[in-house]
Write a protein that binds this ligand. Structure first.
Ligand code: ATP
Length: 853
């Protein structure tokens, strides 16, 4: 080390403290990375790798980015989940003696962003913290540092892992922290999360989770949630470590229970395409794409939250409906409020930056602008009649004094940087006014002084000048020296003249020379004072932002309801779901207006399983998804695409959609399918909704049919959840004869010679055949292939008649003689079916299948 340059030694000592991060080291106009870091950023950011001499001819790899472009490079690194430490020069290089002092001022990780340029407007940027005692007692705390939202939950019981997993899929955190010690326990969960959510996973020492000295308020008695507190501590300690402080607006954590909400399992969020399409991952084509007419970022984020957390409480749902209804009916009033919303900046994030002290004067101006609309909003909301809107009006905080302060203090259009000054209004601070006046008037004052002194002394050639050595002076030519008054102090003698100063001139000079510096200093001080005042109102600003967000969502849903002709459903605590002329909210928007065919749905205790058969492309999937989406909409409090509906709230929605193969996971389709079904069967309750689309497709036909059969039977006899089952297996329509709570539905088609027309109408009878080959024809397969397929089908159908019977009469083995099969029979007879779980049974069937092959 001794042979190395001082700069390298400085770098090394800092890098040692941040060894797990990429260190970007400020060197003049660049942020440089060295050694391994340099190789990484050169590769990831596609920038040149050079080298730097560090003493005795030794060179190390170096790569750097210009300081003004830092943000765009940072955003790439963060997207690639790197942790980046920013090391700044913390003293003015011009004033530094020797090496400029450098310090890491901020560590950036994907889950702790507050930088405007690195955040997405419409999405939260969550950091989640997991803690657990074992797989059946787990807690989760989640925070968005950029908005201050902070909430935590803990779960005890067999399904803890599944619940926490669903929560994480819903929240999509950018980063997850957990103790090292839990890495193995949750290895499967983490692998699944990587596939579904792909967050940065940060493992931390157990200590992080034990204790935090940061005083945070809990929305509930924290003693009741000892584990949630651990997760909260972990999040706080981690934030403190990377941000070097905990922004003051993080002051409260909301304890919640996932069972307060309709739980959407992770596959449901994906397969119902609530936020993005499955195939392209695009927003267009998703439920949120249809619903989102929000005007503010707060509204956009809240809408997303509501979609993923529909309610269970009928009264709360009705309150939301009331607000939407009011905006729907009172259009001019709605527009009046929309005009206010349009002016709203991202208050939550501005608030967070002010608290974290990265706000610029511009952001205070935005805040002032937002606050300026508060009285107008209050006044508008006086007209509110619905309970929730009236409540919101009552909750509007009193921020007028803060607005007045900001208004008195800040100019209309300030510079973007604090250092530039010029953002505090004249008249706000007497000292600042005085300095500015001095500066403005300095010229006049000098000319004035010159004239005054000429008159007083009678020296016509007297002039005022300036030099570096003694500043301002009065110059008098030799010829006039006899007229110099006694209060002049001689400073310098020249060939033809002498230079003087006066106390008055010096006093003025003192003021003027430092005026500019002082102006900046005072402005900065005033800015910090304003910041403190804003921080005192942090909580109120958050409340204001939340109210804006909520109103925005009501208006958005009201506009959607108007534009798409939605109705207000009757939401109840009953079991039944009755939908008349329901439509799929997304597909109907993709089709030409008026072409979507509406369908009814009736699910009640008498008939709670619908088995839907019908040709490909007929609309089976559309139908079953539309029911799930309508229920989600209804429980969000939204209006729904139907003529009328009565929705008994459901506690969870499960989906198993067979058509999507999960190749990326490395697991076989069949295994994934069975795992998902296993999950459904063990967690669904009577109040759940189960959507099964093409279950059993991942294996051979007979396995598939048997498995589907067994699943339906189990739901029918044990779970009794409302279930929609779409399938190609016509054999399953036989189930109706044996299961009294199941009814057969199909999608009507009309045959016209060789052509068939899809009517998209759901009818109360099983489908009589599959039209797969017709669809192949639609898809323009060569004529020859189609004709050949038709022949094969005929052959197969002859044989199928027999096999179909075999499937239905399950005792396959009445005439068994084979010894292997004999063994099988004995095994079956000795099985205790009362103790078997459905999945064990399925796996057994699979095993037997292998055996008799
Ligand atoms: N009710 C409807 N009204 C109008 N068009 C519809 C309706 N339902 C479905 N469609 C149209 O039919 C297409 C196919 O629907 P869907 O995917 O639901 O069929 P499916 O029976 O599930 O087919 P597969 O078995 O091949 O998955 C949809 O993309 C849509 O364009």
């Amino acid at each position: 080390m001794e042979n190395m340059t001082p700069l390298y030694r400085q770098y090394k000592s800092i890098k040692d403290q941040f060894s797990d991060a990429i260190l970007l080291f400020r060197l003049g106009d660049f942020y440089e990375a060295f050694e391994e870091d340099a190789k990484i950023i050169s590769q990831e950011l596609d920038i040149v790798l050079t080298s730097k001499e560090i003493g005795k001819g030794r060179r190390i790899p170096m790569a750097g980015v210009p300081y003004h472009a830092l943000d765009s490079y940072l955003s790439k690194l963060v997207q690639k989940k790197y942790k980046v430490a920013i090391c700044e020069q913390v003293e003015d290089p011009a004033l530094a003696k020797g090496l400029v002092k450098r310090e890491v001022v901020r560590v950036i990780t994907p889950g702790t962003l507050v930088e405007d340029t690195l955040l997405e407007d419409k999405n939260n940027n969550f950091l989640s913290s997991i803690y657990a005692l074992n797989k059946e007692y787990i807690s989760l705390a989640t925070i968005d540092v950029s908005t201050g939202e902070f909430f935590a939950t803990e779960w005890r019981g067999k399904e803890a892992e599944e619940i926490i997993y669903s929560e994480l899929v819903r929240l999509k955190p950018k980063e997850i922290i957990l103790p090292f010690s839990l890495k193995d326990l949750f290895s499967e969960l983490l692998t699944d999360l990587k596939r579904e959510v792909d967050p940065k996973i940060t493992l931390l020492d157990d200590n992080y989770f034990q204790f935090s000295d940061y005083a945070i308020k809990y929305s509930d008695d924290k003693e009741k949630y000892p584990l949630a507190e651990r997760s909260v501590n972990g999040a706080l300690n981690y934030i403190k470590e990377v941000m070097f402080t905990i922004p003051t607006h993080i002051e409260r954590v909301e304890i919640y229970q996932p069972q307060q909400y309709l739980i959407l399992d992770s596959t449901a969020i994906k397969h119902l395409e609530l936020l993005e399409t499955v195939r392209e991952g695009q927003r267009r084509g998703s439920l949120i794409w249809v619903l989102d007419k929000t005007l503010t970022s707060m509204g956009a984020r809240l809408l997303k939250k509501w979609i993923l957390q529909p309610l269970l409480n009928v009264n709360a749902i009705k309150k939301r409906q009331g607000a939407i209804k009011e905006f729907l009916e009172k259009e001019p009033w709605r527009r009046e409020i929309e005009d206010i919303l349009k002016e709203m900046p991202d208050l939550e994030r501005i608030n967070s930056r002010i608290n974290y002290n990265t706000a610029t004067p511009k952001e205070l101006i935005y805040l002032r602008q937002a606050l300026s609309f508060l009285p107008l909003l209050r006044k508008s909301l006086e007209k509110a009649e619905s309970d929730r809107l009236k409540e919101l009006k009552e909750n509007l905080p009193d921020l007028e004094p803060l607005y007045e302060e900001l208004d008195r203090a800040l100019v209309e259009s300030p510079p973007s940087h604090i250092k530039d000054g010029g953002y505090i209004k004249d008249g706000y601070d007497p000292n600042l006014d005085e300095l500015r006046r001095l500066l403005r008037e300095s010229k006049d004052w000098l000319i004035n002084l010159e004239n005054r002194e000429r008159e007083r002394t009678g020296i016509k050639s007297l002039k005022i000048g300036y030099n570096q050595v003694f500043g301002y002076y009065i110059e008098v030519t030799k010829a006039n020296l006899n007229l110099v008054p006694p209060d002049y102090i001689r400073k310098q003698t020249l060939v033809n003249a002498e230079r003087f100063i006066t106390p008055e001139l010096k006093e003025w000079e003192n003021k003027i020379l430092h005026a500019e510096d002082n102006i900046k200093k005072i402005e900065e001080e005033l800015f910090q004072n304003l910041r403190k005042k804003v921080i005192e109102h942090s909580r109120d600003i958050t409340t204001f932002a939340q109210i804006i967000g909520e109103i925005d969502v009501y208006i958005s849903l009201a506009k959607a309801a108007r534009e798409y002709n939605y109705v207000c459903p009757q939401v109840t605590n009953d079991y039944d779901v009755i939908i008349r002329e329901g439509r799929h909210p997304v597909i109907e928007r993709m089709l030409p207006p008026g072409t979507f065919v509406p369908n009814d749905a009736y699910l009640n205790r008498e008939k709670f399983i619908d088995l839907i058969t019908g040709p490909n492309m007929a609309g089976k999937s559309t139908y079953i998804r539309q029911i799930a989406l309508i229920i989600i909409l209804a429980q969000m409090g939204s209006f729904i695409p139907a003529k009328e509906a009565k929705i008994g709230v459901v506690d969870r929605i499960f989906t198993r959609i067979g058509a999507w193969d999960d190749i990326s996971s490395g697991e076989s389709t069949f295994l994934v399918e069975m795992k998902e079904v296993g999950n459904i069967l063990s967690h669904a309750t009577e109040r759940s909704l189960i959507i099964l689309d093409e279950v059993g497709r991942g294996t051979s036909t007979y396995d598939g049919i048997s498995i589907a059969w067994a699943i339906v039977e189990y739901i029918h006899n044990k779970i009794k959840a409302k279930t929609l089952f779409a399938t190609h297996y016509h054999e399953l329509t036989e189930l109706e004869k044996e299961l009294r709570h199941l009814k057969n539905l199909s999608v009507a088609v009309q045959e016209k010679g060789k052509e068939i027309i899809f009517l998209h109408k759901i009818v109360d009878k099983p489908a009589d055949k599959s039209y797969g080959i017709y669809v192949a024809q639609l898809a323009d397969l060569p004529r020859e292939v189609i004709e050949r397929a038709e022949k094969i089908l005929l052959e197969l159908e002859k044989g199928r008649e027999i096999k179909k019977k075999e499937v239905i009469q399950l005792p396959l083995f009445s005439e068994i003689t084979d010894s292997k099969l004999e063994k099988l029979r004995n095994e079956i007879l000795s099985l205790n079916t009362n103790e078997l779980t459905p999945i064990q049974a399925l796996l057994k069937i699979h095993e037997w299948k292998e055996l008799i092959k």
